[in-house]
Design a protein around this ligand. Structure first.
Ligand code: ATP
Ligand code: MG
Length: 552
């Protein structure tokens, strides 16, 4: 499909404009040259015409009186007379080749040709046209290029008779003979003598010159197109280098972490004296500016993380003290009023909740900074069995099912963090669904990837929450969520842990089916996997979240 000129590349547009300009200039040059040349040629012809006009005079009146176009007088005598007339013509025009030819072969001349011979009394060039316009009639003839004389037809005679005697040449067309330049003058006895010369030569020269100039122009435009393509390509090469730099920057992950924005336009393309150099220099300035901004952003992020990690860490000690003292009041043998007992139990449960929140924040801060990850072979099948056992104990009202492959599946990673991923997903499946919900934890293998899935047939995640469900503090505002005291960090931790393991997590949800799929790179080759222990129905063994509230 042809592309609109507005969508052409700069190179194509430049070339097209250049070609258009060149073609127009060439056309104008060819046209102006042709017009000028025609003027010169016609001037030369006119000079020859004036000379020719001065060389011959109109024939005697007796000759004219014998002409058929002057009907008042009798026609020319018989051929014998014509012969003698031809001889006379040959005598009077020794330099006339046509007349000489006639003298050589007098018997072959027709009366018409004889009349023409007698009509042109002076030396005349081949192609010359002569005519006499009198009151009684008009007679005209011309010598063709072969030197043969011919009388003008009636129509041609009429054309000649129409030439004004202003001593200025006129151009007229004569059918097969082509264009003629005609000059009329008045003789002393008020007759008009018209002389004409053919423009065939002028027109042929013009046509030939125009064709040659046209071909030269065409070749020139084609050569300019080839040279122009090469020149434009070379000229625009720096622009391509600048574009390549911009593309390289576009491919960099700038959205997070420390970004080393070291890509720059090469020095050679940043000369401010050239247009491309200005673009290159501006791009480099912009990259420097963005690099500085990104570095500042990263530094501020790092400070924020450090602050969060420090705060979380510092909060753990007072929180442990609060829950410890609360527990102590519960154990005292002294009588404690009921409302104080209730208040202390609230202090205990809220401090436990806050401890969980603080450890979540600390964990996220550590994952963000890329620290704190153990890397060892982990038997995922066993991990799932343990996590589901924990969930089953925590929510007896839900129905849990396992779907595991025969062979153990191993990934490399941190067993405690991976357990936490499963625990969080299973905690969601039971805290955000009503009792009786079916929850299935499955494990499948697809090539080098292990896929862990936690699927439930609960009410599903609200559609507006689904796209950002892995964001920090993103949570539904359902009464169940509120009752569960959720913080909205569970899935953020899942995403951060999975990402730290070079994996991928995604969620799909609709009423009746909510699925979380965790893809983790498998530990390959299989010979490196750690032999799995037989699955046992045991309590939680993981250190971190085992002590968390029931939904953890
Ligand atoms: N299986 C599920 N069914 C329905 N809604 C879910 C499910 N899993 C997650 N959600 C929704 O996604 C929100 C975010 O979950 P996330 O685990 O990040 O936070 P939370 O469970 O609310 O709090 P936390 O896990 O930190 O205690 C939840 O509040 C809930 O509305
Ligand atoms: Mg949760």
């Amino acid at each position: 499909m042809p592309v609109a000129p507005s969508r052409w590349s700069l190179r194509t547009r430049l070339l097209a404009l250049l070609m258009l300009l060149l073609a127009t200039v060439s056309l104008v040059i060819v046209f102006v040259t042709a017009v000028a040349l025609r003027g010169v040629l016609v001037d030369q012809l006119d000079r020859r015409l004036r000379e020719a006009s001065g060389r011959w005079d109109r024939p005697e009146p007796t000759f004219l009186q014998n002409l058929p176009s002057f009907p008042a007088l009798p026609a020319l005598p018989a051929p014998a007379a014509a012969d003698s007339a031809a001889t006379a013509a040959a005598d009077s025009a020794a330099t006339d080749s046509a007349a000489t030819a006639a003298a050589d072969q007098p018997s072959s001349l027709s009366p018409q040709q004889l009349r023409v011979r007698r009509f042109f009394r002076g030396p005349v060039d081949p192609g010359t046209l002569g005519a006499v316009v009198g009151e009684d009639g008009t007679y005209g003839a011309f010598i063709d290029t072969a030197g043969e004389g011919k009388e003008l037809t009636t129509a041609e005679t009429a054309v000649v008779a129409g030439i004004p005697a202003y001593l200025r040449p006129y151009t007229r067309a004569f059918g097969d003979q082509g264009d003629y330049r005609l000059l009329a003058r008045t003789t002393h006895d008020d007759m008009i003598v018209v002389t004409g010369l053919p423009m065939k030569q002028v027109n042929a020269t013009l046509t030939r010159m125009t064709m040659i100039a046209g071909v030269v122009a065409l070749v020139g435009v084609a050569a300019a197109a080839i040279a122009g393509t090469a020149i434009v390509r070379v000229t625009l090469r720096p622009l391509r280098r600048v574009a390549a730099t911009a593309s390289r920057v576009a491919e960099l992950p700038l959205d997070r972490g420390e970004v080393a924005l070291s890509v720059r336009v090469p020095q050679v393309d940043t000369d401010p004296r050239t247009e491309v150099g200005q673009v290159g220099a501006a791009l480099n300035r912009m990259l420097g500016h963005i690099g500085a901004a990104l570095a500042a952003r990263h530094a501020s992020e790092m400070r924020m993380r450090q602050f969060l990690a420090d705060v979380s860490h510092e909060l753990r000690t007072p929180l442990a003290a609060i829950s410890g003292y609360a527990e102590l009041t519960r154990r005292t043998r002294e009588h404690v009023p009921a409302d104080v007992t209730y208040a202390m139990s609230r202090v205990e449960s809220e401090s436990a909740r806050m401890t969980a929140l603080v450890s979540d924040l600390l964990l996220l801060a550590r994952l963000d900074s890329g620290r704190d990850l153990v890397r060892e072979p982990v038997d995922v099948s066993r991990l799932i069995v343990n996590a589901v056992n924990d969930a089953h104990v925590a929510a007896p009202g839900h129905r849990f099912a396992l779907d595991l492959p025969e062979e153990p599946v191993t990934v490399t990673g941190d067993p405690a963090r991976l357990h936490q991923v499963l625990a969080n997903l299973l905690a969601n499946a039971r805290t955000h669904t009503p009792p009786g919900t079916q929850v299935t934890a499955s494990l499948t293998v697809s090539g080098p990837t292990a896929i862990l899935a936690v699927v439930d047939d609960g009410p599903g995640i609200p559609p507006d929450l689904l796209p950002e469900v892995f964001q920090r503090f993103a949570r539904g505002d359902s009464s169940r969520s509120r009752a569960a005291g959720s913080t909205g960090l569970g899935l953020a931790i899942v995403a951060a842990v999975v990402e730290a393991h070079h994996g991928h997590v995604r969620a799909t949800s609709e009423p009746g089916r909510t699925a979380f799929m965790v893809e983790l790179p498998r530990c390959l080759p299989p010979s490196e996997t750690v032999p799995s222990e037989p699955a046992r129905l045991t309590g939680p063994t993981h250190p971190d979240r085992a002590s968390q509230p029931a939904h953890r």
